[in-house]
Design a protein around this ligand. Structure first.
Ligand SMILES: Nc1ncnc2c1ncn2[C@@H]1O[C@H](COP(=O)(O)OP(=O)(O)OP(=O)(O)O)[C@@H](O)[C@H]1O
Length: 568
């Protein structure tokens, strides 16, 4: 669903009206590659040491699941970041790479895949997180999000023809923002468009400038477009966002920003007006099941139908002498449900559950002195719950835990318990909570609970908020810790907060029309108003050396003290 975007336009009409900022043509710059110290590339892979040949051979035997990556020569030589950018190298295999090739196939159905041996599955799960390995390369494998990129949307044909406008992808964690950018990167490769990735958590302004310079050179010398993907764009400050604004405007760059934060507050208005905002939603349970099943099928794990009686492990025959792995169907459903629309959480929870179960099988064999393994392994609902807990630190950023923990933090500070305050803060931050969410609550706390007992608390809280905005996690955690301890130790007063609530209650409970503003308190900028008695009898306080007797409330509220009473 698109919630905003340039009127009528499609995106490119403004480009003709804007004079591009100039950067001297510089061949060295063109040759400049985004180095290790600089921006990351989309789909960059960790290169590990080559594994023993035997291991490689075992993995390559699962050829039915293989999907080789074949980048073009130009892409390989430039090294511009897409999946498979190192595909031309012959001796590059490592566990993760070899295992990668086994992923990406297999639909989301619960049909039984070819059974793989437990050891094979364990090897496939080692290395990169399962969520990364399962990242789809094509829109066909991109599940859910039909309101944003479905067949009926305006964006879909643009994505399919690679006419990509500047976009802000806004949605909760793990819903597919980076994945959509990755799919666009994949398509761009086919259309000779450069795709460069920066993460706002660690990119510096100079990195942005480098990307811009290179984009300008590519455009002027090779007529080649550049798409710049900025993950967590909300973490860029205003001046960083300003750096690329004119280049987006003149078409040197197509910007794709991803954010979990409301872009109306976190992205410069000028930049926002040049981008389409695509709202991605939490993945529904059915979509989660499809995504999990795609992984389960790719791993060659069997799903057991719990409605069928008998010993589930004796149902399936396995031609291999190696054991094979099964998962209860209700475990899949539970995982889909508990992941709360976050596919990364679901996939990584699945990975931990399978790995934990496979390792405990080995331990069992060692302890019992058996020289053989139990022939079958079953992943149960409890296993996935444990897997989820470990990968998610029992913290659900979007659900109840989010509100429970912030409430506990608020109450601990109110109760002046500095230890508990720090504990709840760390629980949230370690669980992946947005530091700005916590900082906003601290701003509120400063006035609600400390108030005029220490007015500088509000300054502290606003400073902590801004500091978090500037530097982001993990550096900003100590700012929040400092502020939380300051608040736990501070004197408390709810005087202003209660008085203001009394005023609100007074307004809400008022029967009939609200009393008029007394004439003497009204301003009288025109003769007519003066003639009507506006401002008449008003005593201008600075003119008096003694306290002035004057009423400031409406007549009917005379004598009310909101600081003493609960209701008027
Ligand atoms: N719509 C989807 N279809 C298929 N797989 C998905 C989808 N969304 C997410 N995934 C899976 O979940 C993983 C994490 O998703 P992704 O990195 O795109 O999330 P994100 O929205 O960018 O999250 P964050 O804000 O935390 O970076 C992907 O690697 C992919 O395996």
């Amino acid at each position: 669903m698109e919630v905003s975007g340039p009127e009528d336009d499609p995106f490119l009409s403004q480009l003709h009206q804007v004079q591009c900022p100039r950067v001297p043509a510089d061949d060295a710059c063109r040759a400049h590659q985004l180095s290790a110290a600089g921006p990351h590339r989309a789909g960059e892979r960790a290169k590990g040491p080559s594994p023993p040949g035997a291991k490689r051979r075992r993995l390559s035997e699962s050829s039915a699941l293989k999907q080789p990556a074949t980048p073009t020569a130009a892409e390989s030589s430039e090294g511009e970041g897409e999946e498979g950018d190192d595909g031309g190298e012959t001796e590059r295999h490592c566990d993760a790479d070899a295992a990668d090739t086994a992923f990406g196939t297999g639909g989301g159905s619960r049909a039984h895949p070819r059974a793989l041996a437990a050891e094979e599955i364990r090897q496939m799960l080692e290395g990169k997180p399962l969520a990364d390995k399962m990242r789809p390369d094509t829109l066909q494998d991109y599940i859910g999000q039909s309101r944003a990129v479905g067949q009926e949307t305006l964006l879909r044909p643009l994505l399919e023809t690679n006419e990509i406008p500047s976009l802000i992808l806004w949605g909760p964690p793990g819903c597919g923002k980076t994945t959509l950018a990755h799919i666009i990167a994949n398509n761009s490769k086919k259309h000779s468009i450069r795709f460069v990735t920066l993460s706002a958590t660690n990119a510096k302004t100079n990195d942005v400038r480098d990307v811009i310079k290179q984009a300008q050179n590519e455009k002027s010398f090779f007529k080649r477009k550049t798409i710049l993907f900025i993950d967590e764009i909300h973490r860029f400050n205003k001046s960083q966002q300003d750096t690329f604004l004119p280049h987006v405007e003149c078409g040197t760059l197509t910007l794709i920003g991803a954010t979990t934060e409301n872009p109306s507050f976190q992205v410069n208005a000028a930049l926002l007006s040049r981008c389409r905002v695509i709202v991605l939603e939490k993945l529904p349970v059915e979509a989660m099941v499809t995504i999990l099943m795609r992984a389960i099928n790719s791993l060659g794990i069997h799903v057991l139908d719990s409605s069928r009686p008998g010993d589930p492990l004796s149902h399936s025959s396995n031609s291999s002498s190696e054991p094979s792995v099964f998962i209860e169907d209700k475990a899949v459903d539970t995982l889909a449900y508990l992941s709360d629309g976050d596919a990364r959480t679901g996939l990584n929870g699945l990975q931990l559950a399978v790995l934990a179960r496979l390792s405990s099988r080995k331990m069992f064999c060692k302890k019992s002195g058996q020289t053989y393994s139990p022939s079958r392994v079953l992943i149960t609902e409890n296993d996935v719950k444990e897997g989820l807990q470990r990968s998610h630190i029992l913290y659900d950023r979007a659900g109840e835990e989010h509100y429970n923990c912030i409430s506990a933090l608020h109450k601990a500070m109110r109760g002046s318990d500095q230890n508990a305050s720090l504990y709840w803060l760390a629980r949230m931050l370690e669980g992946g909570e947005d530091p700005l969410y916590v900082a906003r609550r601290l701003v509120r706390f400063a006035s609600e609970d400390i108030g005029l007992a220490d007015p500088s608390a509000l300054t502290q809280a606003v400073a902590a908020y801004q500091g978090c905005h500037f530097i982001g996690m993990p550096e900003c955690e100590v700012l929040l810790a400092q502020c939380v301890v300051y608040f736990a130790r501070a004197p408390k007063s709810i005087e202003v907060y209660s008085a203001y609530n009394n005023v609100k209650a007074c307004l809400r409970n008022h029967q009939g029309p609200l009393p008029p503003v007394p004439l003497h308190l009204r301003n009288a900028p025109t003769r007519l108003m003066k003639d009507l008695g506006y401002g008449k009898g008003y005593k201008y306080n600075p003119m008096y050396s003694e306290p002035v007797e004057q009423e400031y409330l409406p007549e009917e509220l005379r004598g009310v003290d909101f600081f003493k009473q609960r209701r008027c």
